[in-house]
Write a protein that binds this ligand. Sequence first.
Ligand SMILES: [Zn+2]
Ligand SMILES: [Zn+2]
Length: 137
Amino acid sequence: MKNHDLDNELWFNFKEHCSGKHFIVGNPHTFHGRISAYCPQKDVFFNVSLREIDEMPLTTKYWIKGFLVGNEPACPVDDEGDVFPRTHEEFIHWDKNIKLFHKTGYWYSGDRNCGVCGLKLLNSWTEFDCETCFEKK
Ligand SMILES: [Zn+2]
Ligand SMILES: [Zn+2]
């Protein structure tokens, strides 16, 4: 820990990695929402998304909230470079995407469709099937 400039209050549990505390490092500049973190138990750096975190104190929760706002992918623009009106299908889709992004901290860049029914998936949706098909399983 001493060699790394980390904040002791910005910890979280990530059981998939190990049972000890992990610490927020910053922005890895890989995918939207990814957070770079440090594991003192294994002395390794790794990247994590909000949905993968098991437990965290309020300090970490609010660090991530602010981080995700600053990390929102830009809203879609038309051929002239203007933002679509809020009632436009493209804007509505983006708005839903962003709302879910704040819960998952996940963003797939590119288009994906549901593996079952073919519906266009939100970029911030973490499953391969849409919500309806996923719930039927
Ligand atoms: Zn660990
Ligand atoms: Zn589906």
